[in-house]
Design a protein around this ligand. Structure first.
Ligand code: PMP
Ligand code: GLN
Length: 378
């Protein structure tokens, strides 16, 4: 019998809840993807790229035009300088960027600090690299990071700290203070950083996303991962990118080359053309803020308690006034009996259950209305 490398890995909660939503004909507010149509202009750009015969392998790091656009965008928004040649790589979604960054850095016996609730990709990738996962829990209910606890978790074996801002599932965003604390720790202990910033353009209420790309003190030791799937409502196109200084990118590319070699070429042409108009990403925050506000206004008289999420397209709802059930059981029952699917967040925090479910509001307004009507009945 084949010996499993990840014997205890459960099925992804996103696959599980989306399947349940389909099986029970429920509104799917679980897995994070939009239910509305992709912009016709972007779809036309993809057709055009295919018709113009951009259908063979792309360069390993991605088409140059797209890398130049990304370099300009990062410098304009965050002030960071990343060379299109040697410091930017197009990846099949942020997923592969994260996996590859972790494999580039982590060796057998190394420890990696993750901050929980943590996105479910990080820990298995660390284990596959032979590393040990060290979890530091966020402070609840604020979902803030206690940097003293992070520093206390650093040992002589620590190699990497993974951070995620804007944060899935809470929507918490790093402040200037957070970045300064992280800088101080990683410089003092000589650590690498992976900054997962896939929700960079979905920030609300006049707040701002602060990127690792604007931190000169982190530049030499940091990988940043981003997702066009999230930004342009095309999660199924699986396209994103990684930014890293040359010495780190050199190691990243050795693994990228073996894992995928290159990314879907016509999609890269479409992304590159679509990036020309900055409103395609700069207006994303306003767009999703409207959806968040609609959803929260609709459920304001329900028994769920909430703090409006400052970012992402996820809203946490506290259900402690409704039931004592575990979040997993309640999410399953909501899907089966009430026909609305969500994500239990205990799966991102080693079983700790703050009695909160995550609802994705990247949905058509009519679905938000229908979903809210169900939640009001509880
Ligand atoms: N990081 C986080 C925090 C996410 O929520 C997701 C899901 N999109 C990813 C990474 C993966 O992004 P992609 O779909 O581009 O692979
Ligand atoms: N990032 C998405 C979420 O948090 C899920 C992506 C996936 O299904 N792997 O819902």
């Amino acid at each position: 019998m084949l010996k499993s490398k990840l014997p205890h890995l459960p099925e992804s909660i996103f696959a599980k809840m989306t399947k349940m939503a389909i099986d029970h004909n429920a509104i799917n507010m679980s897995q994070g993807f939009p239910s509305f149509s992709t912009d016709q202009e972007l779809k036309d750009l993809l057709s055009k790229a295919i018709q113009e015969d951009n259908n063979q392998y792309a360069p390993m790091t991605g088409i140059l035009d797209l890398r130049i656009k990304i370099s300009n965008l990062v410098s304009k928004l965050y002030g960071g300088t990343y060379k299109p040649d040697g410091e930017i790589c197009i990846t099949p979604g942020a997923t592969q960027g994260i996996y590859t960054a972790i494999q580039s850095v982590v060796q057998k016996g190394d420890e990696v600090i993750i901050i929980t609730p943590a996105y479910d990709l990080y820990a298995p990738a660390i284990k596959l690299a032979g590393g040990r996962v060290v979890e530091v829990a966020m402070e609840l209910p604020s979902f803030s990071v206690d940097w003293n606890k992070v520093e206390a978790a650093v040992s002589s074996k620590t190699k990497l700290i993974i951070v995620n801002t804007p944060h899935n599932p809470s929507g918490a965003i790093f402040s200037e203070h957070d970045w300064k604390q992280l800088e101080q720790i990683v410089n003092k202990h000589d650590l690498y950083v992976l900054s997962d910033e896939v929700y960079e353009h979905m920030v609300f209420d006049g707040k701002k996303h602060l990127s690792a790309a604007s931190r000169p003190l982190l530049r030499d030791r940091t990988f940043i991962t981003c997702s066009f799937g999230k930004t342009f409502h095309v999660t199924g196109w699986k396209c994103g990118y990684c930014l890293a200084p040359e010495p780190l990118m050199k190691e990243f590319l050795k693994i990228h080359q073996q894992v995928v070699f290159c990314v879907n070429r016509p999609v890269q042409h479409a992304m590159s053309a679509y990036l020309t108009d900055s409103k395609n990403y700069l207006e994303l925050g306003t767009f999703y803020q409207h959806k968040r506000d609609l959803f929260l206004e609709l459920i304001k008289d329900s028994k769920f308690k909430f703090v409006p999420t400052p970012s992402t397209y996820f809203q946490l709802l506290d259900f402690s006034e409704i039931t004592d059930e575990s979040d997993v059981k309640f999410a399953e029952r909501l899907t089966r009996e009430f026909k609305v699917a969500s994500i239990p967040i205990s799966v991102f925090m080693n079983g700790t259950d703050p009695q909160m479910l995550r609802f994705c509001f990247a949905k058509k307004d009519e679905e938000l209305i229908e979903g809210a009507e169900i939640l009001l009945r509880l």
